[in-house]
Design a protein around this ligand. Sequence first.
Ligand code: NAD
Ligand code: IPM
Ligand code: MN
Length: 359
Amino acid sequence: TGPARIAVIAGDGIGLEVVPAAIRCIDAVREVHGVELEWRELDWGSDYYRANGRMMPADGLDLLARHDAIFLGAVGDPSIPDTETLWGLLIPIRRRFEQYVNLRPARSLPGIPSVLRRDDPIDLMIVRENSEGEYSEIGGRYGRGLPSEAAMQETVFTRTGIARVARFAADLASTRSGRVTSATKSNGIIHTMPFWDEVVEQTLEGYPAVQLRSILVDALAAALVLRPWTFDVLVASNLLGDILSDLASAVTGSIGVAPSANLNPERKHPSMFEPVHGSAPDIAGKGIANPIGQIWSGAMMLEHLGHPRAAAHLVTAFEASLASGVMTGDLGGTATTEEFVVSVLTNIDALAAEHTTVE
Ligand code: NAD
Ligand code: IPM
Ligand code: MN
């Protein structure tokens, strides 16, 4: 079968800094574990857009289809509307490759001062629906500039779409605490949410060992700040899951640490691994971005490709850096991206014996 082929799109802003940083760390664990990967770097993004009037080549998705995974940094440039950049690259990839699960872990990491008043360990998995819901393509903007100008969009939920993401959440919960929390808003005048609740509930009936609780998302947001350690697997619609995942990672310390996997669980198409955060134009080019979200996304990719030991080695290494007090500014530290990476590389070496003997 040969080495796994990885398409790399660093993209924009801090993506251009954290992606090479993460690749150095992945290459280091890869060597220890004899994992072969073939990186193919693609210069797609906002600079490509400025030169070519599009975010990727016309046959870009076909090219990606010939890879085993996609490793993405971030997309978004202050001088180009997000409707061009995100809708021209990120969203089409998620759609074309039926990456209907966006898996976003959030957990306490060593050495990070909690923004909360308690230190109970947080360990939750957000399972975000990633293909439909509030992110539908039905609707638009009408009568631009007129007093009657309007914008509208249909939220589209399908039985198939809800059931498959609910199944993923239930399967995941079965390997963990056995508890699923579903984010809802069925008390508002939102016709789609009672349907979401119904299908989630029906799906979970097939999992007698899994306990389901639906919580109104406004109260859930508050509970995630007040007692995040009480949650395990959270399943949410596209927009609600987007918001909750930034919230959950911020509660663990910074959105700079949060990883994500855009999964096509059937493995019919490549999955995509990218941090939860965006291109962070406010700190781009300064060399101070936290690379953990990108490195951890790389660990999720290694795991997905069948290399759990290399993945665990990588995670243990950046945790060891944090535990020794090396951290970037978003976590209250003084390390640059480069200093953090050097520390991770040192820890990969230091932990190599331990990680190769544990079969
Ligand atoms: P953002 O996630 O880029 O940044 C939000 C805040 O968090 C900023 O203050 C930023 O400095 C900080 N931050 C983010 N990542 C960090 C890191 N690794 N280390 C340290 N600090 C970090 O969100 P935004 O500012 O709302 O969006 C900027 C652009 O990114 C927009 O164009 C947006 O559409 C896009 N975006 C893209 C993706 C993606 O490509 N998947 C995700 C989110 C936002
Ligand atoms: C994310 C981002 C994207 C989303 C944007 C940039 C389209 O916020 O990956 O969380 O909303 O899915
Ligand atoms: Mn987001």
